[in-house]
Design a protein around this ligand. Structure first.
Ligand code: MN
Length: 228
């Protein structure tokens, strides 16, 4: 009886750990500084890796995140990412960072990160934030979770879910976000759906959104600003 309980426990733990492996894999070496030219590549684990003999402290440094992004744009927000593309030492390490600046009433529009959970810390201002669940058990389908955040507040957006941040204050807002991937990716929903290149056949979107095709053609004719 005790043995059976032990076996069941082991089986449940094995199942649980298989669910827990949904993020970037753990690094297999101390570091792998990214290079874009493969001619000096030693190992491949993410991007090509720089020869460790050539690695310097600067490979692990990014400067300038104290500078605000330019929020004079249609969204009134600007994301300044620090990921493997501008901090090569992040390669294979499964982590990155972003600064997000908001003008008064600026919006970081609904988007997802296909490869990362995001943890957001507000430094300044008041942000109305939220995310929408995918398809968990009945009754929770597309459920929206929202919160109003103030300086010092930290909020989590689980991996892959659609989320947004809206400055509801009369002053600018500043937030920093940690992301659980060196290359989290971003899909801005409106830009991807209505601003794809080339455009999606309007018949597809007319049926998908259950609206008149004039609405779709109007949306597809807009300029979809990318704040990333
Ligand atoms: Mn985000």
């Amino acid at each position: 009886m005790a043995l059976r309980l032990l076996l069941v426990t082991i089986a449940i733990m094995a199942l649980a750990s298989s669910f827990a492996n949904a993020s970037d894999p753990s690094p297999l070496q101390d570091f792998c500084v990214a290079i874009n030219d493969p001619k000096d590549a030693l190992f491949v684990n993410g991007k090509f890796c720089k020869n460790p003999d050539d690695v310097k402290a600067d490979d692990f440094l990014f400067r300038g995140l104290n500078k605000p992004g330019n929020t004079k744009n249609p969204l009134g927000s600007k994301v300044t990412p620090v990921n493997v593309d501008n901090l090569a030492g992040l390669n294979t390490l499964g982590i990155s960072l972003a600064r997000i600046d908001f003008a008064p009433y600026g919006l970081n529009p609904p988007h997802t990160h296909p490869r990362a959970t995001e943890v957001l810390a507000v430094l300044e201002g008041t942000l109305y934030v939220g995310f929408v669940l995918s398809n968990p058990p009945p009754g929770m389908k597309n459920k929206l979770f929202t919160k109003t955040l103030y300086p010092g507040d930290v909020f989590v957006f689980p991996e892959g879910l659609i989320h947004f941040q809206f400055n509801v204050g009369k002053t600018k807002a500043i937030a920093f976000a940690g992301l659980s991937s060196q290359n989290p990716g971003v899909i801005t929903i409106a830009n991807a759906v209505f601003g794809s290149d080339p455009p999606i056949n309007p018949d597809v979107l007319t049926k998908a959104f259950q609206v008149d095709d004039k609405v779709i053609k109007y949306l597809q004719s807009q300029f979809w600003y990318d704040n990333n």
